[in-house]
Design a protein. Structure first.
Length: 178
């Protein structure tokens, strides 16, 4: 009888213990405060367009001296933005997500076994990626006033839309001759 009571007590304790539920991901920031634009020139031999990458960061997330993310916040990254060979920066207008490169298009996001490329959003907590959101069927609009760029993004993931905004001076790096 003593063993039976102990057995029932163990079963009851196991049934009453809380199960660890996955934590809800942090909210994706809608306002980016720092941005870096890199021009690679005609990066792909078979594509007759210049290629840009765009890297945007929310408040609280920065880059250290080795270009590693530090802090917590949201990072929006676009790896391949196509522009005419006569341009080396984002020109005013609407850019659309496409699988075929044309001027003012950019590649959709793709996840290769946990490694994203194309267009994606990272949620970073204490310098560690806590969430990856792959974006497709997205657009963004560029308007320029002097050195200031304003970028309005409408990004679509599998199950949600994200509206992200940046207004400021983009850090610019020219890697055409590297």
């Amino acid at each position: 009888m003593k063993n039976r009571i102990l057995y029932i007590a163990i079963i009851l304790l196991a049934a009453c213990t809380s199960k660890n539920s996955p934590s809800k991901p942090d909210t994706i920031a809608s306002e980016m405060t720092y941005g870096k634009l890199i021009c690679y020139g005609q990066y792909y031999d078979s594509i007759k367009y210049n290629v840009l990458s765009l890297d945007l960061y929310s408040d609280g997330l920065t880059l250290d001296s080795t270009d590693h993310m530090v802090g917590s916040g949201t990072n929006l990254y676009l790896s391949d933005i196509f522009i005419p060979l006569t341009d080396t920066t984002l020109m005013d207008g609407t850019y659309k997500c496409a699988k075929t490169p044309e001027p003012k298009t950019f590649y959709p996001g793709v996840d290769f076994d946990g490694t994203p490329t194309g267009t994606y959003i990272l949620q970073v907590v204490n310098a560690k990626v806590s969430q990856i959101i792959i974006c497709s069927d997205s657009t963004f609009v560029v308007s320029t006033n002097g050195d200031t760029k304003e970028l309005l993004f409408n990004l679509q993931s599998e199950d949600k839309n994200y509206n992200i905004h940046f207004k400021g001076v983009l850090e610019y790096e020219d890697r055409r001759h590297l």
